[in-house]
Write a protein of this length. Structure first.
Length: 136
């Protein structure tokens, strides 16, 4: 695409579900992203891992509720739990610079929030809901 300045990549997870309690633990997580040119790779990796942690919190620790108009009800840090080091595994990040953007002189693309909160929720079996868990 001629206008592409956003990154693309993939995520891979190993998730363990406790059959007795329904508790979920992410055993390992890997992210690979092509971001064009990484001006500061350490900063980009930190942004990607932070996005993962936010998504993990959204999937496992928060309940996204909305009012009748569709406005979110959890709007401050006091409204939801944030994952700690205990809940967040070490994330392996592979940055690729294979396809730089032709739209700017540095060849950079956007980088940062690699995971939206809804994406991590897909790690869980479809049968899991906030009220029940069925593990085959």
């Amino acid at each position: 695409m001629e206008h592409q300045v956003y990154p693309y990549g993939l995520h891979f997870a190993v998730v363990k579900v406790d059959r007795e309690t329904g508790g979920v633990r992410v055993e390992s997580y890997a992210i690979a992203y092509d971001i064009g040119r990484a001006i500061n790779p350490a900063l980009v990796k930190g942004q990607i891992v932070g996005g993962f942690a936010q998504g993990l919190g959204g999937a496992l620790l928060e309940e996204f509720t909305y009012n009748e108009r569709g406005d979110p009800l959890a709007t401050t840090f006091a409204d939801y739990l944030m994952p700690t080091v205990r809940e967040t595994p070490e994330v392996d990040v592979l940055l690729r610079e294979d396809y730089t953007s032709p739209l700017n002189p540095l060849g950079i693309k956007g980088a940062g929030r690699a995971v939206s909160p809804g994406l991590v929720r897909r790690l869980l079996p479809p049968s899991m809901t906030p009220l029940e868990c069925r593990v085959p």
